[in-house]
Design a binder for this molecule. Structure first.
Ligand code: 5GP
Length: 180
């Protein structure tokens, strides 16, 4: 590492445990949306891996769209500033929507997305987040489908990054930073 900071990783959620939970969420969505036109909206970049696994556990005809938002940049604290970098490709009219997010921390990002998507004419909008850090919530957001509640730790892996690193890790890990 550069400078005086050392990074270490500790596994919080192993890949197997994530896969088991994703399967349960996929089954629940399958039951809830039978005979309903369904679009899953993945929030880039962090949710890409979760979305890819989740949709393979949904046994229904469905489509996928993506939104990309500004991220934390180089910091690990939420700025509360949300900017759309890539908007939806398709109209949501006549469809039920499940927004797929990696993690809800302060809730500021999802609160914004939820309002934005609700204004686009969907029949219904629900939220599915793999991770939830309830201890840091600033805005209440409805989490209809939730993978795991985690403590107030910064996590990486399974699509989540810090400065674009670690997205490829199969496990979700705590990022431990220690000054030398
Ligand atoms: P919120 O607006 O709820 O504070 O933050 C949501 C976004 O912040 C997530 O979509 C994610 O991009 C980022 N984020 C929040 N907590 C973590 C974390 O522990 N690890 C990583 N890699 N990103 C996080």
């Amino acid at each position: 590492m550069h400078g005086t900071q050392k990074e270490g990783l500790e596994v919080l959620l192993p890949a197997k445990e994530i896969a088991g939970r994703v399967e349960i969420l996929g089954r629940r969505i399958t039951l809830d949306y039978e005979n309903k036109p369904l679009i899953l909206i993945g929030i880039l970049k962090g949710a890409f891996m979760f979305l890819a696994d989740l949709i393979r556990k949904i046994d229904l005809p469905m489509s996928v769209d993506f939104m990309a938002l500004s991220s934390y940049g180089n910091s690990t604290k939420s700025s509360g500033v949300v900017r759309i970098i890539k908007d939806l490709d398709y109209s949501l009219e006549g469809h039920h929507v499940v927004v797929v997010e990696d993690i809800v921390d302060t809730g500021l990002t999802l609160n914004y997305i939820y309002g934005h998507i609700k204004s686009r004419g969907a029949l219904s909008v629900k939220i599915c987040s793999l991770l939830d850090k309830p201890g840091r919530r600033q805005v209440a957001v409805p989490l209809h489908y939730k993978g795991f509640e985690i403590p107030d730790e910064f996590v990486v892996g399974y699509g989540l990054d810090v400065d674009e690193k670690y997205r490829n890790l199969p496990d979700i890990c705590k990022l431990v930073r220690a000054s030398e």
